[in-house]
Design a protein around this ligand. Structure first.
Ligand SMILES: *Cc1c(COP(=O)(O)O)cnc(C)c1O
Length: 387
């Protein structure tokens, strides 16, 4: 399955695996670009490319023509730089006098969020006797990171404040882009446009995945998609599961089936004996648990969650509901309805993938695809296809 055989011994021995389709990430990136043809489409690769591996995801995207990347923190910037020697890499936060030199040495561009960060970057520019690139991030209503809108005029007009800086981007972030009907989007957009007008000639960036999928006007000059590159739902939906829109799933999360056991009607399965079998059953035990990021909250018998809404696995495209609690290393699936000859040859059960929707699983666990992807632990071997 793997396009290159460079797996380590530990990976070959691993009993859970996360297969990442680099071609689909690239296809999703291209598709998002087609939706916003007037803008440059960057890629947000923070948190190790949402858990999928910055060292493989960034080169695949760079080779496809992606020139700009965003990471969250300076040390992630180092990994992105190693993966894309000539790309433009923005670091969303974490500029301090301690991290600044590494940013400069690695040609990483900090996103400045506060007056204190402006001072830090100006001081470093003075020491190096040259102008330093940056992005200016304005908070337009989220009250997370960023300058206050009121500070925009000061920054724009008091030339001294940014005399040694070269702003490459004026940006903001939407709080409710996943809900296109929210009035908050229009309010933030209006504030953003007013701020941009103070910085003529500097590129603007506002749109995350949801904004790209819902409102082309938000595209501005540089878009910043993350989750949609990785196949997750960016948009809210009426059923609460979320909608990935036109992008393709990218990951397959699987676990080895260790044994299939027969259990009698009335017996129980797993910790707490929460699952009582309603019929004679066959139970498959698979090697993935919450230590792999297979979230305990997705199973029945936890926090009042009903079995009907719990997650499920798939064997040869056939559904196998989770049964009982997920433990640290193991999960149990009801495979009674899967034919014996299919079970006999089945080595792996799909937990998330083309059958087991990432966001359905996230919903069963009471969370979102973002948290599931970034929570799949190092115990799962990463297997790359395509690229
Ligand atoms: C994480 C992040 C993004 C990407 O968001 P998605 O919803 O994953 O597309 C864009 N911009 C900023 C500032 C972010 O923190």
């Amino acid at each position: 399955m793997s396009s290159r055989d460079e797996s380590t011994a530990a990976e070959r021995l691993a009993l859970s695996r996360l297969t990442i389709d680099l071609d689909r990430i690239v296809a999703n990136w291209r598709l998002l670009g087609e939706l916003t043809p007037s803008a440059e489409t960057s890629a947000v690769v923070k948190a190790d490319a949402y858990g999928l591996g910055i060292a493989r995801v960034v080169p695949a995207l760079a080779q496809a023509g992606c020139r700009t990347f965003f990471v969250a923190w300076p040390h992630e910037g180092l990994a992105a730089r190693a993966a894309a020697p000539s790309a433009r890499i923005f670091v969303l936060g974490g500029l301090t006098p301690e991290t600044g030199p590494a940013l400069i040495d690695n040609r990483l561009i900090p996103v400045l969020n506060s007056m204190r960060e402006i001072e830090t970057w100006q001081d470093m520019a003075a020491v190096r006797e040259r102008r330093l690139a940056c992005a200016l991030h304005f908070d337009t209503g989220m009250n997370r990171l960023g300058f206050e809108p009121g500070e925009a005029e000061r920054i724009a007009t008091e030339g001294d404040l940014v005399a040694r800086l070269e702003p490459a981007l004026v940006m903001s972030h939407l709080a409710c882009a996943d809900t296109p009907l929210s009035p908050m989007n229009g309010e933030q957009f209006a504030r953003f446009k007013a701020i941009r007008a103070l910085f003529p000639g500097i590129a603007g960036s506002l749109a995350n995945s949801a904004a790209i999928l819902s409102e082309p006007e938000f595209a501005q000059d540089v878009t910043r998609p993350g989750i949609a590159l990785y196949g997750g739902a960016a948009l809210a939906s009426a059923d609460g599961i979320g909608s990935a829109g036109p992008v393709m799933p990218v990951v397959t999360f699987e676990a080895r089936i260790l044994q299939v056991r027969n259990a009698r009607k009335g017996e129980t399965v797993g910790y707490g004996a929460t699952a009582v079998l309603a019929r004679d059953s066959r139970i498959a035990i698979a090697a993935a648990g919450y230590a792999d990021g297979y979230l305990r909250s997705a199973a029945g018998g936890v926090a009042m969650r009903e079995l009907a809404r719990a997650g499920k696995g798939f064997i040869a495209d056939m559904e196998a509901p989770l049964v009982g609690r997920i433990s640290m290393d193991l999960a149990a699936f009801d495979v009674t309805d899967i034919p014996g000859e299919v079970l006999e040859s089945a080595e792996w059960i799909e937990l998330i993938g083309d059958n087991g929707d990432l966001d359905e699983f996230a919903h069963a666990a009471g969370t979102i695809g973002y948290e599931v992807l970034t929570g799949i632990g190092p115990r799962a071997a990463r297997v790359y296809v395509g690229g």
